[in-house]
Design a protein around this ligand. Structure first.
Ligand code: T4K
Length: 380
C-alpha cells in the first residue's frame, strides 16, 4: 500500500468491494426490476448475517438508528431507560423519540462501557430497560448487566453499532441481551452504505419488527399499526452481500494497523491506548479494531487531547473526538441533565481522541501519525 503523503487522511474510509463484484451482484436487478420491499438480496443478506453473527434472527433496517427505535418499540418498554451519555446522539435520541426518559449511568474508565456497579442505584419503579453501548467495539460487561436485569425484571437492549464481528467466549456480540442493534453505516467495519439490523433470539419479536419496518402492514389487505417505512433496498443489501465476503480480511488488515499504533505508542508517557489493543485487553473478547481510541493525560503527556487534534489537522490528518460533547451536554438535553453526575464519562469526553484506522491505511502513514504525536510535547 502506497503511503499517503499529499492527500488528507480521514478518521476512517469506507470499505468497498471490487467494482466488478458489486456490478455482478446488482446485474440481475435489470432483469427482475425488483428493487426494494424485502426482495431476494435482502433475504439473502439477512440469512448470511444470521450465520456470520451467530444469532437466531437478524432483521435488516434502513439504518442503525431506525433499527434501535424499532427494537425499543418491539420490546414494549416504557418509563425510564438506564443508558450512557458517552455515545453517539442516536442512542439517547432513539429512547427519547420513543417516549422514554433516559437516566444516565457513568462508564468504566478502562473501556468506556457502562459501569455495572453504578446501575442499581439508578433503578426506580419506572425503570424498564437498560441500554448499554459496546463503545468502540469494546464489549460491555454483559454478564454483570444481565444479572442486574434479571434481578430487577428489566429488559436489555444493546447498542452494538460499533461491534460488528466482535465475539465473547466465542458467542457473537449481538446474541447478548433481549435485542442488539448493529449499524452498517458507511463508516463502520461492515457497511451496506446505510443500514443496520436488530438481532434477537425471541422469535415472537420477528413479526412485530417486520410490521414496524413496513407501515404496520401484515398482509395484502391488512394494516395493524401506525408505523413507518424503514426497509433496506436491494442495492444496499447487495453492497452488504459483497462486503460480507471480505469483512474477515478487512478486520485482519485493521488488526495490523492497530498493532502498528500499539508498537509505536504503547511506551509513550501520558498516553493510553484503547483497551482491546495490547495490554489490558478485554478477556475472552475477539475485537474488530473498529476505532483507535487514545487517551491523553495533559500533565503527563505535556499536551492536551485538543493540542493533538489541532497538530494532526495541520498535517492534513483528521482525527475525531468520539464522543465530545457528552450527550447530556447537547443543547437539546443540557437543561434536563447534569453531566457532573457522570464524572468518568465527562473526563473521557475531554481526553479521548480517535486516530485514523481503516483496512487500507498504509503502515507508513501510521508511522507518520505517531511521529507527529510523539513530537507534540516538545513543540509546546
Ligand atoms: N449508535 C452508535 C453508538 C453510533 O456510533 C451510531 C452511528 C448509531 C448508533 C447510529 O447508526 P446509523 O443510524 O448511523 O447506522 C459517523 C456516522 O455518520 C455515524 O453512523 C456513526 N455512528 C458515528 C460514530 O460516526 P460522523 O459525523 O463522524 O461522520 P462523518 O461524515 O464525519 O464521517 C467520518 C469519516 O468517515 C469521514 O471523515 C470520512 C469517512 N467516510 C464518511 C462517509 C459518510 C467515508 O469514508 N465514507 C462515507 O461515505 O458520524
Amino acid at each position: 500500500m502506497q503511503a499517503n503523503n499529499d492527500s488528507a487522511i480521514l478518521v476512517t474510509r469506507s470499505s468497498m468491494p471490487p467494482l466488478e463484484e458489486y456490478v455482478k451482484e446488482i446485474e440481475p436487478l435489470w432483469e427482475t426490476h425488483w428493487l426494494t420491499n424485502e426482495g431476494p438480496i435482502h433475504q439473502l443478506l439477512e440469512s448470511k448475517l444470521e450465520r456470520y453473527l451467530s444469532v437466531q434472527h437478524a432483521e435488516l433496517f434502513v439504518n442503525g438508528h431506525s433499527a434501535l427505535e424499532a427494537a425499543i418499540e418491539a420490546l414494549d418498554v416504557h418509563g425510564e431507560a438506564i443508558t450512557t451519555p458517552f455515545s453517539f446522539a442516536s442512542t439517547t435520541h432513539a429512547l427519547v423519540r420513543k417516549g422514554l426518559d433516559p437516566v444516565f449511568c457513568d462508564i468504566k474508565p478502562d473501556d468506556f462501557t457502562m459501569d455495572p456497579e453504578k446501575i442499581e442505584a439508578l433503578i426506580t419503579p419506572r425503570t424498564s430497560v437498560i441500554v448499554p453501548v459496546h463503545v468502540y467495539g469494546n464489549m460491555c460487561d454483559v454478564d454483570a448487566i444481565q444479572q442486574i436485569a434479571d434481578k430487577h425484571g428489566l429488559k436489555v437492549i444493546y447498542d452494538a453499532a460499533h461491534a460488528f464481528g466482535v465475539r465473547y467466549h466465542d458467542k457473537g456480540v449481538a446474541s447478548y441481551g433481549d435485542a442488539s442493534m448493529l449499524s452498517f453505516h458507511a463508516t463502520k467495519v461492515f457497511n451496506t452504505i446505510e443500514g443496520g439490523c436488530v438481532c434477537f433470539s425471541d422469535t415472537s419479536l420477528q413479526p412485530i419488527l417486520k410490521k414496524i419496518r413496513n407501515f404496520g402492514i401484515t398482509g395484502p389487505e391488512s394494516v395493524e399499526s401506525v408505523d413507518g417505512n424503514f426497509k433496506m433496498n436491494e442495492f444496499c443489501a447487495a453492497m452488504g452481500v459483497c462486503n460480507l465476503r471480505h469483512v474477515d480480511d478487512e478486520i485482519e488488515k485493521r488488526k495490523h494497523v492497530a498493532e502498528r499504533y500499539c508498537d509505536l505508542l504503547s511506551g509513550v508517557r501520558g498516553l493510553r491506548l484503547g483497551v482491546h489493543y495490547g495490554e489490558g485487553s478485554q478477556e475472552s473478547v475477539t475485537p474488530n479494531y473498529a476505532y483507535m481510541p487514545v487517551i491523553f493525560d495533559d500533565k503527563q503527556f505535556g499536551a492536551s487531547r485538543d493540542d493533538v487534534f489541532y497538530a494532526l489537522a495541520q498535517s492534513n490528518i483528521y482525527t475525531r473526538k468520539y464522543f465530545y460533547p457528552l450527550i447530556s451536554d447537547y443543547a437539546c438535553y443540557s437543561e434536563r441533565f447534569d453531566s457532573s453526575l457522570t464524572p468518568v464519562a465527562q473526563w473521557a469526553a475531554d481526553h479521548v481522541l480517535c486516530l485514523p484506522i481503516y483496512a487500507d491505511l498504509a503502515l507508513e502513514d501510521v508511522d507518520r501519525i505517531c511521529g507527529i504525536i510523539q513530537d507534540i510535547p516538545s513543540h509546546k
